[in-house]
Design a binder for this molecule. Sequence first.
Ligand SMILES: C[S@@+](CC[C@H](N)C(=O)[O-])C[C@H]1O[C@@H](n2cnc3c(N)ncnc32)[C@H](O)[C@@H]1O
Length: 192
Amino acid sequence: MQKSKKLSFSSKGIFPYNLAFTLLIPIRNLFLSPKKLIERLSLQKGDRVLEVGCGPGYFSPSVAYVISEGTLVLADIQKQMLDIAKRRMKKKGICNIEYYLCNGKDFDFNDNEFDRIFLVTAFGEVENKTAYIHEFSRLLKPDGLISISELWGDPDKITSEQLKDLFESNGFKQDRKFGGNANYTLNFKKAL
Ligand SMILES: C[S@@+](CC[C@H](N)C(=O)[O-])C[C@H]1O[C@@H](n2cnc3c(N)ncnc32)[C@H](O)[C@@H]1O
C-alpha cells in the first residue's frame, strides 16, 4: 500500500484518505454528476466494470444500480479508501460489488475480463501511467471502453491532449470526448 503524500487536497500526489469526506460533497455534481457519468459510460445491465481509484465511492452506487445484473469492482491503492467505500455500499445495501487493493503496477485479473474501466480524478495521481494503460488494454474486452474523467480543481489533473497522446501511443484510439477543457471525459477503445 502506498502512503498518501499530501496533507491537503490542494497538494499533488495521492489524495489523503482522511480527507475522503470532501469527495462526497454533492456540489461536485456541478463538475460531473453520477447521472452524467453514467450516460458517458453507456453501460449494459450485465456489464463487468472496473473503477480504478474509486476513493470513497462517490460515483460507485449509481454505476452499481445500472449494472444490476453485472458486477462493479472497486479498486484503489489505499486500503482505507476501500474500507470507506465498503462501509458506504453496505449501508446502501448494494451487493454487486467486489473490492480490490491495487499495487500501483499490475492487476490480478484475467485478460479481456471487463466491459468498462473508468477513472474519475484519479489517473493524474497514478505514478506508472504507461504500465496501467498496458494493463487496461489487457483487461478490456475487444469491444470494451475505458473512460477517464478529469475535473477542475484537481492538482493532479492532466489535460485532454496529454491524455489522448498517452493512450494513442499505447494501443488505444479515442472514441468520444464529453465536456470542455475544465471538466472532461475522454473515452477510448482498443486500436485493434
Ligand atoms: C482524488 S481521489 C478520487 C476518488 C474518486 N474517483 C472520486 O472521484 O471521488 C483519487 C483516488 O485515486 C487513488 N489512487 C491514486 N493512485 C492510484 C493507483 N496507482 N492505483 C489505484 N488508485 C490510485 C487514490 O488513493 C484516491 O482514492
